[in-house]
Write a protein of this length. Structure first.
Ligand code: HEM
Length: 507
C-alpha cells in the first residue's frame, strides 16, 4: 500500500470521520458560544472609558447611587453594563427595566452573587439575604414569612412596640422640660434597635450587657457589608484570604453571643403570657425544617442587620424633611392631633386611617430609600431585558433611588411633596408594596423585603407620637438641616439631626 492510500485508509475510516465531524461541531459550538457571550455583552450600552483592572469603578464616585444615575443618563437610561473591578454588572435605572427584572423575569434574577462575606460571615450564605436562589433559600424564606414575620406575630408584638414608644417619649419629655435639643438620629437608632432586639431576643434584650454587645457587632457587620468593597469587585482576590481573617473573627464574636442567647432561651422556659420571640419560633421549627444551629444563627444575624438601620434611616429622613418643610409638618400635626387619645399614646388603630401620615411615609421613601441599590441580584440564565440579552451569571444592581426621582415618572421629582399620594392626585394609588415599579424601597418579587410590615408599624408609632405630643424647632442659630449623604451599608444623612421639642398644647 502506498503512503497516500495508507493515509486515506487510516483517516477516512467511518469512525475517524465521525470523530472529525464531532470535533468540528464542538469547535463551532464553542466558537459560537464564546462569541455569543461577547456579542451580547458588547450589545448592552456601556461607557467606553474603562481602566485596566478596575474597569468602570473610577466613574462611580463616593455616592454610588448618584454616580450610577449620572452614568445611566449618559449611557443607558434603562440598562447599561459596567465592569466593576472584575465583575460584569447590569445597572437597572428605569421603572420599565425594573419591572422586567423583578417581575417579568423574576425567577431568572432572583439569585444573589456569591461573596466571601456571605460565605464566611453567614457560613455558606445560609442567611436569607445572601442565600442563592434554590431550595435552601425557599425553605428559610418560608420560615421567615410563615412563622417569624407574620401579620399575627407582628400584631402580637404591639404591646412591646407601645412600651418602647412610651420610653422614647419619656426621654423627649425630659429634654422638653430642660429646653434642650434631642438628638433624633440617636433616638431613632436606639428605638429601631430595641424594637428589633425585642422581637428577636424578647425577654432578655434589655439586659445591658447583651444590648451593648449586639450594638458593637452590628456596627462591625456594617463595616464588612457596606459599599462597593474589594469582595464585591474582585471576588477571586478576596478568596485569596485578604480580609477573610477579619470576617472570620466577626463571625466568631457573633457565634459566641448568639450561642449564649440561644442557650438562655432553651434553659429558661417562657413565663405565662410571654409572647414567643423569633428565637423561640426558630427553635420550635428547627426539626421540621432540618435547621442546624449555624443556620439559625445566620438567620438571626439577618434579622438584626436587615431590620435596624433601614428603619431608623427612614425615620431620620422623614423628620429631617418635616423640619425643612414647616407647612408639611403643620399638616401632619393637624391630622394626628385630630385624634383624641385617652392613654397618652396614639395606637395602631388610631394610625391606620391617617392618610397624610401614609403619604409622608411614601414620599420619604421615594426620595430617600435606605437601600438605594437594593441588595445585588444575580441572573441564573441568559435573559432578554429591554431588547438586550443579559448573560447568565451577571450581577444586577437596581438603582431604586434614581427610579424614585425619575423625571418622566414623577412631577416635581426632586421635591418633597407628600400631597402627590393623596386621594384625587395622579399617584394616589401608588404604594411601596412592590406593585409600582417607580417606588421600590423594599424591592419587588421573590426577593422583596419580608420585613415591610414590621418596619411600617415601627415607623408609624414613633413618628406619629412625636408629632402628636411635641412641636419641633431647629436649635437657635442652626443653619438648617444638613441633607449631605454618606454611603455605607445603607445611605444615611451624614450629620445627626438635632431638634428642640416643646410640649404641644392640644385643644
Ligand atoms: C425601612 C425598613 C426596611 C427597608 C427599607 C428594607 C429594605 C430591604 C431591601 C431593599 C431588601 C432587598 C430586596 C431585593 O434585593 O430585591 C430587603 C431584604 C430583606 N429584608 Fe428588609 N428592609 C427593611 C426592614 C426590614 C426588617 C424590619 C426586617 C426583619 C426584621 C427585614 C428583613 C429582610 C430580609 C430577611 C431580607 C432578605 C430577603 C431575601 O433575600 O429573600 N427588613 N429589605
Amino acid at each position: 500500500m502506498n503512503l497516500e492510500v495508507a493515509f486515506l485508509h487510516e483517516y477516512a475510516s467511518p469512525r475517524a470521520l465521525v470523530v472529525a465531524v464531532v470535533l468540528v461541531l464542538v469547535a463551532v459550538h464553542l466558537a459560537r458560544s464564546t462569541s455569543r457571550a461577547e456579542r451580547l455583552r458588547r450589545k448592552l450600552p456601556c461607557p467606553r472609558f474603562t481602566l485596566p483592572v478596575i474597569g468602570h469603578l473610577h466613574l462611580i464616585g463616593s455616592l454610588p447611587h448618584v454616580g450610577l444615575r449620572d452614568l445611566a443618563r449618559k449611557h443607558g437610561p434603562d440598562v447599561m453594563l459596567l465592569r466593576l473591578g472584575a465583575v460584569p454588572t447590569l445597572i437597572v435605572s428605569s421603572p420599565s427595566a425594573a419591572r422586567a427584572v423583578l417581575r417579568t423575569h423574576d425567577h431568572v434574577f432572583a439569585s444573589r452573587p456569591d461573596t466571601v462575606v456571605g460565605d464566611i460571615l453567614f457560613v455558606g450564605s445560609t442567611n436569607v439575604g445572601h442565600s442563592p436562589y434554590g431550595e435552601y433559600w425557599r425553605q428559610v424564606r418560608k420560615i421567615i414569612t410563615t412563622h417569624v414575620l407574620t401579620a399575627k406575630k407582628i400584631r402580637a408584638n404591639l404591646p412591646y412596640r407601645e412600651q418602647e414608644a412610651r420610653l422614647a417619649l419619656a426621654s423627649v419629655r425630659e429634654a422638653a422640660a430642660a429646653g434642650t435639643a434631642v438628638d433624633l438620629t440617636h433616638l431613632f437608632s436606639h428605638f429601631a434597635h430595641d424594637m428589633v432586639s425585642q422581637a428577636v431576643a424578647g425577654r432578655i434584650h434589655r439586659e445591658d450587657r447583651w444590648g451593648k454587645l449586639f450594638h458593637d457587632l452590628f456596627v462591625g457587620n456594617g463595616q464588612l457589608l457596606g459599599g462597593f468593597n474589594l469582595d464585591d469587585c474582585f471576588p477571586s482576590l478576596a478568596r485569596l484570604g485578604i480580609g477573610s481573617a477579619n470576617i472570620a473573627k466577626q463571625r466568631k464574636r457573633w457565634d459566641d453571643l448568639l450561642d449564649e442567647v440561644i442557650d438562655r432561651h432553651t434553659s429558661t422556659p417562657m413565663e405565662k403570657g410571654d409572647e414567643p420571640d423569633f428565637i423561640d419560633v426558630m427553635l420550635s421549627v428547627q426539626d421540621e425544617y432540618k435547621l442546624t444551629r449555624n443556620n439559625i444563627k445566620s438567620i438571626l444575624m439577618d434579622m438584626f442587620q436587615a431590620g435596624t438601620d433601614t428603619t431608623f434611616i427612614w425615620l431620620d429622613y422623614a423628620m429631617a424633611e418635616l423640619a425643612r418643610a414647616p407647612q408639611v409638618m403643620a399638616k401632619l400635626q393637624a391630622e394626628v392631633r385630630r385624634c383624641s387619645t385617652t392613654n397618652q399614646l396614639l395606637t395602631q388603630e388610631d394610625l391606620s386611617s391617617m392618610s397624610y401620615l401614609k403619604a409622608v411615609m411614601k414620599e420619604t421613601m421615594r426620595l430617600h430609600p435606605p437601600g438605594p441599590l437594593l441588595l445585588p441580584h444575580a441572573s441564573i440564565a441568559d435573559c432578554e431585558v429591554e431588547g438586550y440579552v443579559v448573560p447568565a451569571g451577571t450581577r444586577v444592581i437596581i438603582n431604586v433611588w434614581a427610579i424614585g426621582r425619575h423625571a418622566s415618572s414623577w412631577e416635581r421629582a426632586e421635591e418633597f411633596v407628600p400631597e402627590r399620594f393623596l386621594e384625587g392626585s395622579v399617584d394616589a394609588n401608588s404604594d411601596f408594596y412592590g406593585n409600582d415599579f417607580r417606588l421600590l424601597p423594599f424591592g419587588s418579587g421573590r426577593r422583596m423585603c419580608p420585613g415591610i410590615n414590621f418596619a411600617t408599624l415601627t415607623f408609624e408609632i414613633i413618628l406619629a407620637n412625636l408629632i402628636y405630643h411635641f412641636d419641633w424647632e431647629l436649635p437657635e442659630g442652626s443653619p438648617g438641616v444638613d441633607m449631605t449623604e454618606a454611603f455605607g451599608m445603607d445611605v444615611h444623612r451624614k450629620e445627626n439631626l438635632l431638634l428642640v421639642p416643646r410640649v404641644a398644647k392640644i385643644v
